[in-house]
Design a protein around this ligand. Structure first.
Ligand SMILES: *[C@@H]1O[C@H](CO)[C@@H](O)[C@H](O)[C@H]1NC(C)=O
Ligand SMILES: *[C@@H]1O[C@H](CO)[C@@H](O)[C@H](O)[C@H]1NC(C)=O
Length: 442
């Protein structure tokens, strides 16, 4: 879900003054170089998203966050009270009293990237936000601060206080099934959770996700688990319209240039499927169909799982039975020595409940994306994808996403060795059900 519109409500004041205050608060010891790993749940189909379980609050409660590299703001559906909330996996988040972020707060200013616009008649009003996603979903609410207990790879459990959205009015598009409590916005804006952790000296401004085809996977903050070799890197585009973009992209079909080039592409884990613009989509569909001539696959227009599905001579049990009829495609990033990201058939196909094979690359123009192309979860499966905001590059490496590997890591930072077993540990050590809701309002 690329976040398209984000408006602030009201204006903001005392910018300079607050900078001073903000620095005073972040006197935590410098621990840049430390990392935190989180277990990921979910799948492309049928769940429709990969999500991470994080604890929030004191005492901590568990929430599921949709992992979204296409937007900045992290938010939870919230009992402020809630005007319009959709079904959640856990009871609604209840912000502790006095935890609101006011409009005179640097985080409020940073969230809306308006440093020049720091005059406000209402500095003591809560910092309101509204974010709209390309899939027509949206969230409206106020920014609040709360504790996010996080286990770092050096073994320490820290409780940074982070600002995020308490969303009391949500619209979710019918197309997206939800099993989560909110969104974890991972793009590079100053207001993102990752930037806040970085500003508090807790981790480098690096994130990575690894979504397994079998479901689940892991995600990490910081660079400790970035493999020292084998990663293919490309420069991040500085085009600010799209969040994480490798720059102009050319499509390669079955090893041959397709003639479709200059595509504006965003890496967007908030999208389950990959979307090509009308021209690229047309070229892709024609190539797939041409390739299937003479093969025992028939179009299955009655299967509405996705736009284009094919039936085999008997129902497919798994992607392995179907992938032999399809060829890999690749994205070639023309800005950077034509670095290529290969997308094998398994990373653009699903097997529907009816046993047909369906194309997980969809027509973005049809859903209003216009020229924008989104590379979604389906195409990131079985790859570790790294977004290094410090060095302004994006990297990827094929892997099974079982657990982060630290092979070959030169351990020169003086941290004790991490242990995959501690992954997601915070949730496990604080069962969300062990505390009563009243504790919050002490
Ligand atoms: C921001 O506004 C709140 C509410 O009026 C006030 O308590 C707080 O001190 C203000 N902060 C600064 C730095 O002015
Ligand atoms: C993609 O969507 C656009 C807009 O709805 C439509 O004009 C175009 O024909 C579609 N392309 C294909 C190949 O279906």
């Amino acid at each position: 879900m690329a976040g398209l519109v984000m408006e602030k409500k009201g204006k903001v004041v005392f910018f300079v003054l607050l900078i001073a205050m903000f620095q005073g608060c972040s006197s935590a010891p410098r621990r840049i170089g430390s990392s935190a790993v989180f277990r990921v749940h979910g799948n492309v189909y049928p769940k429709g998203s990969y999500y991470v379980s994080l604890d929030v609050g004191q005492p901590p409660r568990q929430y599921y966050f949709d992992i979204d590299t296409g937007s900045d703001l992290t938010w939870l559906q919230c009992d402020y009270p809630c005007i319009s909330c959709t079904e959640t996996a856990h009871p609604l988040y209840e912000p502790p009293k006095k935890n609101e972020v006011f409009q005179n707060d640097t985080l409020c200013i940073a969230a809306f990237n308006t440093p020049e616009d720091h005059e406000s008649e209402t500095p003591d009003e809560p910092c309101g936000y509204e974010v709209s996603y390309t899939d027509q979903g949206s969230s409206r609410g106020v920014l609040v601060r709360d504790v996010f207990p996080i286990r770092f790879t050096d073994g320490s459990l820290l409780r940074p206080i982070l600002a995020f959205g308490c969303g009391f009015e949500q619209r979710v598009s019918d197309a997206t099934p939800r099993c989560t409590d909110g969104v974890l916005g991972l793009s590079k804006a100053k207001s993102s959770i990752l930037s806040q952790l970085h500003d508090q000296g807790l981790t480098k401004n690096v994130i990575a996700h690894c979504f397994s085809r079998r479901g689940g996977g892991y995600m990490f903050f910081g660079d400790y688990f970035v493999p020292s070799s084998g990663v293919i890197w490309t420069r991040m585009s500085r085009n600010s319209f799209v969040q994480y973009s490798p720059g102009p992209t050319e499509l390669i079909f079955g090893g041959q240039p397709s003639g479709v080039r200059g595509l504006v592409v965003a890496f967007d884990t908030g999208s389950s499927y990959t979307y090509f613009n009308s021209e690229a989509y047309q070229a892709f569909i024609s190539w797939v169909k041409k390739d299937l001539v003479g093969k025992p696959l028939m179009e299955a227009p009655d299967d509405k799982t996705l736009t284009v599905c094919f039936r085999g001579t008997k129902p497919f049990e798994s992607i392995h039975d179907a992938k032999k009829y399809f060829n890999p495609i690749a994205l070639s990033f023309t800005n950077d020595r034509r670095t290529q990201m290969e997308i094998p058939p398994e990373a653009y196909l699903i097997i529907s409940k009816h046993g047909n094979v369906c194309l997980g690359i969809l027509n973005g123009t049809q859903v209003g994306l216009e020229k924008l192309n989104l590379i979604g979860d389906i195409s990131f499966q079985d790859k570790l994808v790294i977004y290094d905001n410090e060095k302004q590059k994006i990297g990827w490496i094929p892997t099974d996403c079982r657990s982060p590997s630290i092979v070959d890591h030169d351990d020169n930072e003086g941290f004790s060795r991490p242990y995959a077993a501690r992954m997601g540990v915070v949730t496990e050590s604080y069962p969300a059900t062990s505390t009563s809701r009243e504790d919050k309002f002490e």
